[in-house]
Design a binder for this molecule. Structure first.
Ligand code: IPE
Ligand code: IPE
Ligand code: MG
Length: 235
């Protein structure tokens, strides 16, 4: 999405901290899992909308390295929901020429879920539309730890550059997020994209994730285009 030809005014990558599913359910006297089910509908609607708007990358925070602290029931519901979505939505991704990728430490996930992820990545690898990055068992600190380990394992013996670090991150080759949206009124990063968010613009919405719609997304994008990004320089 461009607004003029200016590099600093492009919006290529939007990352979203999808928060508030639990509260959405609680407000209705329902169990948390129902909030996640409704949240997934909102996620699909947003992916479709971002694809229609011609966005290049969208990263969605679906499960953090800290979310294992939740009840076993909630964790397994979330994992099953993700698994089912991947199995059922290939047609949706194909139709919209959407590429799906994953970030996070996938090795801790159920092997059959890992297989599903690999197959979706493989089957959508050639698509040239929107790239959806799903962050699952993702933590910014864990990602940096794994990047450092990769560098040590590679036997690097010269001074480390920022490009070296970037090439070892899960997001290697993907531009940093221009805009990070968080729903449900919370104003924190919660271990999301710590390295990549260095110069991202932030947008907070009071709406709970299941209530966050395309019009809210557009409002955030409009606000983004009204910001002045200086990257430490002077305009
Ligand atoms: C966000 O909703 C989804 C995940 C973390 C998986 P929450 O489940 O955090 O909802 P709240 O914050 O409890 O309302
Ligand atoms: C962040 O939300 C993680 C995801 C949206 C997947 P949380 O609900 O886990 O974050 P905190 O605990 O409120 O910081
Ligand atoms: Mg939350």
């Amino acid at each position: 999405m461009e607004n003029g030809g200016d590099q600093t005014r492009m919006c290529r990558h939007i990352a979203i901290i999808m928060d508030g599913n639990g509260r959405w359910a609680k407000e209705r006297g329902k169990i948390r899992s129902l909030g996640h089910k409704e949240g997934l509908k909102s996620t699909k609607r947003l992916i479709q909308h971002a694809s229609d708007r011609g966005l290049k990358f969208i990263t969605l925070y679906a499960f953090s390295t800290e979310n294992w602290k939740r009840s076993e029931e909630e964790v397994s519901y979330l994992m099953n929901l993700i698994h089912l979505h991947l199995r059922q939505e290939m047609k949706f991704y194909k139709k919209n020429r959407i590429r799906v990728r994953f970030i996070g430490d996938l090795s801790r996930l159920n092997p059959s879920l890992q297989e599903e992820m690999k197959s979706v990545e493989r089957d959508t690898a050639e698509f040239d539309g929107l790239t959806v990055l799903l962050a699952i068992n993702y933590g910014g600190r864990d990602e940096l730890r794994r990047a450092v380990q990769k560098m040590i394992d590679s036997g690097i013996s010269r001074p480390v550059t920022e490009a070296d670090i970037e090439s070892c991150l899960d997001t290697a080759g993907i531009p940093d997020p221009d805009l990070i949206i968080r729903t449900a009124g919370e104003q924190r990063l919660s271990n999301f994209l710590m390295w990549q968010s260095a110069y991202s613009e932030f947008w907070y919405s009071p709406k709970l994730w299941p209530d966050f719609g395309p019009e809210d997304f557009d409002e955030a994008v409009d606000a983004y285009f009204g910001r002045e990004r200086r990257f430490g320089g002077i305009k």
